[in-house]
Design a protein around this ligand. Sequence first.
Ligand SMILES: Nc1ncnc2c1ncn2[C@@H]1O[C@H](COP(=O)(O)OP(=O)(O)OP(=O)(O)O)[C@@H](O)[C@H]1O
Ligand SMILES: [Mg+2]
Length: 258
Amino acid sequence: MNSTTPNPIVRRSGSHLISADDVCLTFPDSTEALRGITLQIAAHEFVALVGPSGCGKSTLLRVLSGLQQPTSGVLSSSTSDIGFVFQDPTLLPWRSTLKNIETLLELRGVNATERQAKAQIALESVGLHDSGHKYPRQLSGGMKMRASLARTLVTDPSLLLLDEPFAAVDEFTRESLNDDLLSMFAMAKFSAVFVTHSITEAVYLSQRVIIMSPRPGTIAHEIQIPFEYPRTPALRYSAEFAHSCGQIAALMREMHSV
Ligand SMILES: Nc1ncnc2c1ncn2[C@@H]1O[C@H](COP(=O)(O)OP(=O)(O)OP(=O)(O)O)[C@@H](O)[C@H]1O
Ligand SMILES: [Mg+2]
């Protein structure tokens, strides 16, 4: 994104990378999507966002990215380096994987030598060493998602917004993508807001899980996840992990039954 256009409701923020203060959004057709959202994302923090379908998670990501203006409230941001990863990998079918990863750098005017070098590093960091020359149709769903992740990470964003990026891949691929994402998080020092319907994925990845209420989306609960990084796959089978997942599931179930 890296927009240079000043956004009237975006202020420079101090200690947080990005914060929303009493953000509300009602669409022109009167659908009230977000109500009174107040949240802060710190530098190098990993936050997961969960909530029932239609509660406004994607809308909130779009607001945080600046793609969508809130109706009221204030968004404060100390960065414009924002990367967005969507559920659909949206690779350009006529470009090789490596060329796809170069796309955003090309749009920013980075010279060919530098962008090829950066794209190659990004390609390797997502485990696609041997697939740079392949076209999207030659990649599996998981590989496409890796390429999509690399395409965003190559721009070195300060804030990475991910909207159910691994929802369409099998469980084992998803777990492996989760580990890749955490390795990148350890190395690249970005902050992440990760939307998912999987409680396990939310707990495994994040330091904090934000639970949204059904529409209009409000922040219903925030749960701190106590596990240190680096996290290893064995964590998923521990009693403490099950406890955190159970706590979140109970809060979500309670919300549904009101
Ligand atoms: N452009 C729009 N105009 C009107 N209503 C919209 C628009 N975009 C989204 N909505 C509505 O706003 C609400 C929130 O949508 P959003 O896509 O943010 O939900 P979500 O939490 O991401 O859902 P899901 O988990 O299914 O992806 C929904 O009721 C949706 O129908
Ligand atoms: Mg959504």
